[in-house]
Design a protein around this ligand. Structure first.
Ligand code: AMP
Ligand code: MN
Ligand code: MN
Ligand code: MN
Length: 278
């Protein structure tokens, strides 16, 4: 059976490795079919594709678009995109554009909470000046010894309701799906288990996503518990979605999310790659 991993990050967004190094890690941990899905950015795709070819990995060009739906942040992955598509590029550029100001606001909030200099501190971890992320702040706060790991930073400072949280408006769901489809890609709801939605809200999200041409949801991801694999496998079948699988790897040792750790998709679902030439 092919090991397919369709979600991860390089230092072009909030990962720590170069795209080629992410490819090497995927290969060494048994991945056969691999997508790079940096947040709101396709700048790593060319390097990733070249490295994948070199290592004998089947490459899938991807992206993970930050999206606001019902006032909450939802991530929409695009797979098999044409990363040169002008409509997609323009949309991603717009989506990235608010990050700098948001980062300054996060820094001011953290200073008020007793952590000065966080903007400059976070910048040390940023690989792409267009893409300063909460993850970079988290790494700095760990470096300062204020929290044991990035999860604790999110729990105490960066998650909604915490002192360093700054609300932000990203792309709309319609925009994300439309840009991905314009670029010839398949749109996938990333890690649905991470959203604190009621059953009713999930029902609306899935139906609306479908109405725009959304194709799949992630079922097996580093963000889900084994129980959630079952819950979202059922949801995929109920709403007529294909199922995706991906580690959401960001950095060696930073979390449990890494290549080669996830089980296969449950047999009950249809993989998003079922009709790909692989
Ligand atoms: P941003 O796009 O700047 O809002 O940052 C979102 C990123 O923060 C996600 O893609 C994750 O990599 C990371 N993140 C969000 N929540 C957590 C958490 N609870 N623990 C660790 N990382 C998280
Ligand atoms: Mn991330
Ligand atoms: Mn995500
Ligand atoms: Mn991700």
């Amino acid at each position: 059976m092919l090991n397919v991993d369709l979600h991860c990050h390089s230092y072009v967004s909030d990962g720590v490795l170069a795209p080629a190094a992410v490819a090497a890690r995927a290969k060494s941990r048994g991945v056969d079919v691999w997508a790079l899905t940096d947040h709101d950015e396709v700048g790593g795709i060319a390097e990733a594709r070249m490295a994948a070819e070199q290592f004998g990995l089947k490459f899938v060009a991807g992206v993970e678009i930050s999206t606001t739906w019902a006032g909450e942040t939802v991530h929409i992955v695009g797979l098999n995109i044409d990363e040169k598509n002008p409509e997609l590029l323009k949309g991603l550029h717009e989506t990235r554009s608010g990050r700098e100001r948001r980062a300054r606001e996060i820094s001011a909030e953290l200073a008020a909470a007793g952590i000065p200099g966080a903007y400059e501190g976070a910048l040390k971890y940023v690989g792409n000046p267009d893409l300063i992320s909460r993850t970079h702040f988290a790494r700095y706060i760990v470096e300062r010894g204020l929290c044991a790991d990035v999860h604790e930073v999110f729990r105490n400072y960066l998650a909604e309701g915490k002192p360093g949280y700054v609300p932000h408006r990203w792309a709309t769901l319609k925009e994300s799906v439309t840009w991905i489809r314009a670029a010839g890609g398949a749109a996938v709801i990333a890690h649905p288990g991470r959203y604190a939605f009621s059953d009713l809200a999930f029902d609306e999200l899935f139906k609306e996503f479908k109405s725009y041409g959304g194709t799949a949801i992630e079922v097996v991801t580093g963000s889900h518990t084994p129980e959630e694999y079952g819950i979202f496998a059922k949801a995929a079948n109920r709403y007529g979605f294909l199922a995706s699988r991906g580690s959401d790897f960001h950095a060696p040792g930073e979390s449990e999310m890494d290549f080669g750790r996830l089980p296969p998709l449950p047999g009950s679902v249809t993989p998003v790659w079922h009709d790909w030439k692989i």
